[in-house]
Design a protein around this ligand. Sequence first.
Ligand code: EPU
Length: 418
Amino acid sequence: MKQIKIEGGKTLSGTIRISGAKNAAVALIPAAILADDDVTLCNIPEISDIDSLEEILKYLNVDVKRNTESMIINAKNMENKEIPEEIAKKLRASYYFMGALLARYKKVVMYFPGGCNIGKRPIDIHLEGFEKLGATVNAVGDKYEITAEKLVGTSLKLPVASVGATINLMIAATKAEGVTIISNAAKEPEIINVAELLNSMGAKISGAGTDTIKITGVENLSKGYSFVIPDRIEAGTYIIIGSLLGKNLKVDNIIPSHLKALTEKLLECGADIKIEQESIICNKNDNLKSNDIITYYYPGFPTDLQQPFSVLLTQCEGTSTIEEKIWENRFMHVPYLNKMGAKIKVADKKAIINGKTSLVGQEVVATDLRGGASMIVAGLIASGKTTINEVEHILRGYDEIIEKLSNVGAKIEIEEIK
Ligand code: EPU
């Protein structure tokens, strides 16, 4: 078990370089097994979710060459085996092996995926999509056996614009016979990243990034390449930190248009951020104003930034609200913020935040990945020492967070505890 300790109140200056996007990389890796050839992925973040996917690849006898921030995956000698429950449950994105193995072998046996406990997180849309493509799904408890004689392209209208279902069905349809149309598709930038990798491997996908994606099935895929887009959630977390503690803190290597929903809200709050071509310069402003946030599908305000943003709202004068529209259970961090001195009330999927409140360092818990990030934001602005437990959640998704923050002047360390 690891613990993070922070001594708050330090001004942060310098540059933080943003890594490749977790939620793109975790889909690109399973997509790479569709070819029998080298698939090269660059700008892969060094996070434990990637380690878990590498474990699955190796278990399936896929050849993986991992270097700093890059991976070459070759599935020529791959074996289609049941992925053990304990590995599948280490992360959410193990479910992309459902679409990928189904496309490649017309058979997959695996367990319900893991990931943060932020709501029910069903996978019914994925499974119904596989069935519409011609597969049969047999579920026994948490274990799914999905088989097909062949996959045939069809029209898939998603009941909600699910990121996971859009990617999984796009992967599954890549080798189906004929044309698949996914409508009400999710439009997140990560989906474009995955479609571009598949196209570089020989797939025929158009419309990714819009709500209608057309996939014309192909028989074979080969060599491919992708550069993982910058992580907009990691970037957003540091931009929030910079708005609270920055002195010319540069959050670099980003695509600012991916962060528009966040930067618009920050500017409305009065944050001192300067948007450049590939970076955002942040300066602390002590006179932030309250605001109201509603999380929504891209290009709406990302649910994954809601928890870090809630910390900023504790520093805004007046009453702010956050309405969480995507997940049922994404306010687990609030009791810990209140323990530190925040005044937040949660009713159902809405939080009401009364600011501005001084935060004081406490012993807290990273309840989930982004909840953990919010504890880091809180610890950095609090007076005194904050100790965060269960930080493994944070390490699943933030590349070198201790080093990146220390390099710009934060007093933060991580240690192994017994
Ligand atoms: N949903 C269903 N049925 C399904 C799939 C989704 O009802 O079969 C519902 C969900 O319950 C939720 C909504 O649809 O209410 C959206 O879920 P989505 O499928 O888009 O989420 P996801 O693919 O499981 C990804 C990210 C999450 C991020 C969401 C929303 C990955 C690995 N995870 O999850 O990231 O919150 O999209 O943007 O890409 C995180 O990084 O901290 C994280 C949780």
